[in-house]
Design a protein around this ligand. Sequence first.
Ligand code: PMP
Length: 461
Amino acid sequence: MSSALPNSVYARDVEYILHPVTNARKHEEVGPIVIDRGEGIYVYDDRGNKYIEGMAGLWSVAVGFGEKRIADAAYRQLQKLPYYHTFSHKTNAPSVDLAERLVKMTPASVNRVFFTNSGSEANDTVVKLIWYYNNARGKPQKKRFLARTNAYHGITMVSGSLTGLPVNHRDFDLPIIPVTHLTCPHYWRNGLPQETEAQFTDRLIQELEDTIAKEGADTIAAFIGEPVMGAGGVMVPPEGYWPRVQEICRKNDILLIADEVITGFGRVGTTFACEHFGIEPDVLVTSKQIASSYAPLAAVIMSDAIYQVIADNTAKIGTLGHGFTTTGHPVSCAIANENLAIIEERGLIENARVSGAVLQEELAKFRDHPLVGEVRGIGLIAVVELVADKANKTRFDPVGKAGAILFAKGHEHGVIVRAMGDQIAFCPPLIITTDEVREMVRRFGAALEDTYAALKADGVI
Ligand code: PMP
């Protein structure tokens, strides 16, 4: 344990908390790192160590840590109206301002907002509203969701079912809804030998068409996808993939849902990744950078066609039987409004393009490193994937062995990255400058060298 003091925060953490996405037994041994404060792209632990937050927390703190304008906006709202609900015709100005702002920012195909607290709740809401929509329009068989392997759509029972990562299903008895996970559009890992990227894309599109033919379009409600996959490993799909998926969905009356929980609000260099890939979804899901995670908040933005069917049905049965105590929370919405104003005023989406280009360029320099299988990314999001054998793309055994070492070495060098298995992710705050990107990558490079030396010393490679 990190401290012998029985009343220390370290000891009490180990005694009282079950941590999310953590090996609980290992945590009992090593104890926590207590993150105490943050400023700009940096966070500090309670022992005075300073880290570049190379992941913006969990892909989310767009404007950086310690942004006073947001703290002030939250304080003002807390004094005026700290809470109110939005059930039964009640509303509050911050939630209306935010909804209008979102409709103006998002693609023209979506224009009606439903607020939740988290991305998982947002995706549960998507499934519920689409089932409701299909029941209301006399298509009760149309319930299946199409998702992809390696997708991450959340962790609750239904959003976790859409997620396509085995560790999130295993021992939880998921999935619990009808969902088909199609092949993840990652050419480097999933392309066949001798298959070009264009042929790989053709194969994925064929798989989609075959699945629709097999299941029947009248049983499939929607296709959900992250335009660029995040937690599954930052997979940027091949050229042409998304417009073709959209075309097939439209032809078959299958709704297209863009999960932009990570990519929304500038991460890939456009306001939403849908713009970059040329698609107009029927539903767009946002969270994280919407409020820089200064408060829990997510938003589902749907097409008018979906809204109209839902609205008619509520008129028939008396109410919409869905909503949370904190849907449209005034403080969360005030925080989001200030956060989005900062993103706009400071040109942070443009900065994501400029600093993002440097991030991709700097990371590309590791392509020849013996531990590195692939470097991939777009804008200010990237992954360096470590492999045991570069020529054959062989994974470490167990998967995550090298990633865990690099993650720890990163801390020693003052950079926080995320190890998803052996995929090392970068997703820094959108405020990061080009010089800070270079410094972050330099620290990562030092951690990579240490990792290489440690694996060699262990006889792993
Ligand atoms: N969708 C995507 C694309 C995500 O990356 C995440 C979170 N990493 C979620 C949904 C779930 O969000 P939350 O953790 O807020 O429930």
